[in-house]
Design a protein around this ligand. Structure first.
Ligand code: SF4
Length: 181
């Protein structure tokens, strides 16, 4: 074996070792980010895009999808945030994923899901929130309302909680606060 071949072989072995280390670290990070209820579930999709045209046109990207021992699927949405809670927008996102996955794959997705929040300054501090998803009719109604508002066929309403306005990018243009300006 020439010296060149020895270098190439050593490089290959090193690359394989690095790949194995990365895979191990990634797998242990994925395990740590699982809610306890999914300890025995199988990870079936990661960051996977689903597209459907009916009953509504929908494109939804699922962070993680697990299969329970009974065969049904459970969705997990990963968020980096300092607040320890799940938001209504998380539930809408996950509910849209459920509709897209069920129609594209024909599989059953559980009506509950998890929002897994990682604190930005405390790595490894995962917090899990189990949420109940909207049913298909509610998702379709939301999508229809959005189209109607964009087409100016329906009037938008203010956020139900004024606390939602604190970080809103449209706050300076929103008439909710006109009388206070
Ligand atoms: S500031 Fe206006 S647009 Fe923004 S969330 Fe509140 S009500 Fe909605």
């Amino acid at each position: 074996m020439t010296l060149y071949a020895v270098y190439v072989l050593a490089g290959l072995v090193f690359a394989l070792w690095l790949a194995r280390q990365w895979t191990r670290r990634h797998a242990s990070c994925e395990r740590a980010s699982r809610p306890r209820e999914l300890a025995n579930a199988e990870l079936v999709y990661m960051e996977k895009l689903f597209r459907i045209r009916a009953p509504i046109r929908l494109v939804a990207k699922a962070d993680r999808v697990y299969r329970l021992p009974g065969g049904s699927l459970v969705l997990v949405e990963l968020k980096t945030r300092s607040t320890n809670r799940a938001y209504p927008s998380d539930i809408i996102q996950l509910s849209a994923q459920k509709v897209a996955i069920e129609h594209q794959t024909g599989e059953v997705v559980e009506p509950f899901a998890f929002v897994t929040a990682l604190h930005p300054t405390s790595p490894r501090r995962w917090r899990f929130h189990r949420v109940r998803l909207l049913d298909e009719g509610q998702v379709i109604a939301l999508a229809q309302r959005r189209s109607d508002i964009l087409a100016r066929q329906a009037d938008p309403t203010y956020a139900s909680s004024a606390r939602a306005c604190a970080g809103c990018a449209f706050r300076t243009r929103c008439d909710r606060f006109e009388s206070q300006a």
